[in-house]
Design a protein around this ligand. Sequence first.
Ligand SMILES: [Zn+2]
Ligand SMILES: [Zn+2]
Length: 129
Amino acid sequence: MSIKNCPKCKKIFSPVGGSLICRECMKLEEEEFEKVRNYLRDNRGADINKVAEETEVSTKKILKYLREGRLEVSEGMAEFLKCEKCGISIRSGQYCRACSKKVSKNLSSLLISKEENKSGGAKMHIRRN
Ligand SMILES: [Zn+2]
Ligand SMILES: [Zn+2]
């Protein structure tokens, strides 16, 4: 059985399902994520700095959640996250819809936002030519 040192707390643990950090740290991370998510649910359009302040979760981490597509930016925060390729505002993930399509041709389709099939106010950018 393989044993690892948790990069966060330095404790020794045995990775389960390819996890990079120990179970306790994973739990903490989950709690932080929940805090941010709950805060955003109750405070739609909150500024990222405000969110970080209120939840005590760093903006860097919040940004990571967004990039991973675990969180999405509400309308009021749309300016915060930019497509890494073309720089337009996006709500979740790394790329806008157009770019993620292009990227997915080369990489995998993982980056395509799950937003696509959700109607709830998500803006679509389909050109009808
Ligand atoms: Zn740990
Ligand atoms: Zn783009």
